[in-house]
Design a protein around this ligand. Structure first.
Ligand code: XMP
Length: 518
């Protein structure tokens, strides 16, 4: 899809949140690297540009900068944090360090209050003298607006918390409107999009479905398409879009690797059939467990699972005639993180896709969701009538229970873990907490401890309970289940799971821990 608005990313941890906020306001947008060359920018014919924040300081010698010509495009520009300081420097404002140059003031990190002095541009809907709660995160500050620019707001630590030039439609704000702690952040961004840049609303899920279906038909006029279904929301929505476009030319393959949760394989097959998808289930439990036998290293487990998956999928796909395309539910964050756009760090999870097949089998990729965030995919899934229990399903890692079964992955230990995990899921669901929690699951630890059951001594394994909240899986906090629920889960696990005599609770956030244990 074309974007009216581009975000140039200078490496802020919040850049994706800017994109999300803009799309939630009804405007489609893309993220490009902050230093993207002009040719790459003008392909999009942007009507407005946002410069993101970033960890660099404009006062350092080598810092990321936008292409020189960006400001000559004569389109509205909004600089946020580092982006604002870039603009300030470009136009001759004074950027100082809060501590280094003997300047007065405090470093601003976290909540702050700004006073709006001049309600124009993005602030046109505010009143003069009004205070707003905002989120700041900066060490440099602007001590003086550039010539020709007006100071629009100030805070205790920032004499110029926002500035702007009405004629040139260029604005800078020191705080982060995209972070929800900035109470009126959306209103400020909306002010820039609609009052300053006069953009039109062009983004809603319904329009996306029609447009994408047409694009898939154009891209794949003939030949068959194969799609690996995991039963998770991304692959299901991707498959449904393609199914809508090419109907019987789509072949879905669901690999039961024996590492799924209790009842999951049957549930996935049942729910997918209800959606009218042509789906083939491969029972590959023995194959996976054979390959995993004796392996305890987390990374090695992941690699083996990725390789075996591709081998099995490949074998199945060879049996389908005229296969020309491979469909995947790749999302926008994966594209950004793998260096496809923007400046994020490169880190692809190998099993996350079946990309290895593309070269071997000379397939073209179809990734209908590669410009979307997960909550947008959920919205589209709802729009397409996919049942709520699929849409709201908690994320589940590609390598499945193998990375929650610490130590060796055997059928017996998986069964133990599955039993404990089912109890966690059931109890969290009964308490009505499934959607409030990002993920709730059990982990089987490879350590045995002494216990007493009845009159006898036991020496058995231990289960950890993990419940976390998160917006996107990149950071997470542990979720405190009510005490009585924890008691119930703990006693049910020990009473109903053979070989477990102890339950512990994981109270780590991410960072420094990760959500999964391996
Ligand atoms: P971590 O453990 O890195 O997990 O904090 C972040 C989120 O990603 C999920 N996860 C995976 N998802 N393939 C996936 O598709 C994987 O290999 C994988 N590893 C972790 C995890 O469940 C959490 O939601």
């Amino acid at each position: 899809m074309k974007s009216q608005l581009l975000i140039l990313d200078f490496g802020s941890q919040y850049t994706k949140l800017i994109a999300r906020a803009i799309r939630e306001l009804g405007v489609f947008c893309h993220i490009l690297q902050g230093e993207a060359p002009l040719e790459e920018i003008i392909v999009h014919r942007p009507k407005a540009i946002i410069l993101s924040g970033g960890p660099a300081s404009v006062r350092a010698a080598a810092t990321p900068r936008m292409a020189d010509e960006v400001l000559s495009l004569n389109i509205p520009v909004l600089g946020i944090c580092y982006g604002m300081q870039l603009l300030a420097e470009e136009f001759g404002g004074k950027v100082g360090g809060l501590f280094t140059d003997g300047e007065e003031g405090t470093r601003e990190y976290g909540p702050a209050r700004i006073t709006i002095e001049n309600p124009i541009g993005p602030f046109a809907s505010f009143v003069s003298g009004g205070d707003q709660d905002v989120w700041m995160s900066h060490g440099d500050k602007l001590t003086q607006a550039p010539a020709g620019f007006t100071t629009l707001a100030r805070s205790e630590g920032s004499p110029v918390a926002a500035f702007g030039n009405v004629e040139r439609k260029i604005y800078g704000i020191q705080f982060h409107p995209e972070v929800h702690h900035t109470t009126e952040g959306k209103r400020i961004l909306g002010g820039f999009l609609f009052d300053v840049a006069e953009l039109e609303k062009d983004w809603e899920p319904g329009g996306f479905v029609e447009e994408t279906v047409a694009a898939i038909r154009a891209r794949a006029p003939e030949g068959n398409i194969i799609c690996a279904l995991s039963g998770g929301v991304d692959s299901v929505v991707a498959a449904m879009l393609i199914h809508k476009a090419v109907d019987t030319r789509l072949y879905c393959i669901f690999v039961d690797n024996g590492l799924l949760r209790a009842g999951e394989a049957e549930e996935v097959m049942h729910s997918m059939k209800g959606l009218g998808l042509n789906i083939r289930k491969i029972d590959a439990e023995d194959h996976f467990l054979r390959e995993l036998s004796g392996v305890t290293d987390p990374e090695q487990k992941r690699k083996i699972i990725g390789r075996v998956f591709i081998e099995i999928f490949d074998g199945e796909a060879q049996g389908i005639s005229e296969v020309r395309y491979l469909a995947q539910g790749t999302l926008y964050p994966d594209v950004i993180e793998s260096g496809g756009v923007g400046g994020g760090a490169a880190m692809i999870k190998s099993h996350h896709n079946v990309g290895g097949l593309v070269e071997n089998m000379k397939l073209s990729l179809i990734e209908p969701l590669r410009e979307l965030f997960k909550d947008e995919v959920r919205e589209i899934g709802r729009e397409m009538g996919i049942p709520g229990f699929i849409i709201e399903r908690q994320p589940f890692p590609g390598p499945g229970l193998a990375v929650r079964c610490l130590g060796e992955v055997t059928k017996e230990r998986l069964e133990r873990l599955r039993g404990a995990d089912r109890i966690v899921t059931e109890e969290v669901s009964r308490a009505g907490l499934t959607t409030a929690i990002w993920q709730a699951f059990a982990i089987l630890l490879p350590l045995r401890s002494v216990g007493v059951m009845g009159d006898g001594r036991t020496f058995e394994e231990c289960v950890a309970i993990r419940t976390v909240t998160s917006r996107d899986g990149m950071t997470a906090d542990w979720y405190a289940l009510p005490e009585n629920l924890l008691r119930k889960i703990s006693s049910r696990i020990v009473n109903e799971t053979e070989g477990v005599n102890r339950v512990v609770l994981d109270i780590s956030s991410k960072p420094p821990a990760t959500i999964e244990w391996e």
